[in-house]
Design a binder for this molecule. Sequence first.
Ligand code: NI
Length: 171
Amino acid sequence: MAVLEILHYPHPVLKQKTRPVQKVDEEIRQLVRDMAETMYSAPGVGLSANQVGYPLRLAVIDVTPVDQPKNLLVLINPEIVSLEGECTWDEGCLSVPDCNEEVKRSKKVVVRYRNLEGETAEIRGEDLLAVALQHEIDHLDGFLFIDRLSPLKRRLVKKKLQKKEKGEKKV
Ligand code: NI
């Protein structure tokens, strides 16, 4: 297993819509293991394949608190089936370091996906799990949580991030 490099905004791969996984083979299983290790070591509650440079419709999520046994959810080709209600969540993202903003999301979500055995499965999520599912599926469609902010807020955040990016390049 390996900890992979997490790409940061404004890397172009984060803006690309990913392509479906055609076959769950050993290469995909290895990528899933590496993505899980990368997510746990960050630490984060979710990671999509394009965040580590693979433009594939694949994500991992684990929203269990750190003091409880791990419960890894592997989502291959996930699609939202239904959304219900509304909630506001203070979100961050491993690809947008040092930035947290409140995002409006649906409170409940049903997602259909394929698991590592290649079987079709469905998961219902509420609150944090629902937010994580929507956040990761957004990644797979080429969107970041900052794209969900109001236009004014988004401009301010992007300006701040661009300044930070320039600052990083100097050192
Ligand atoms: Ni993210």
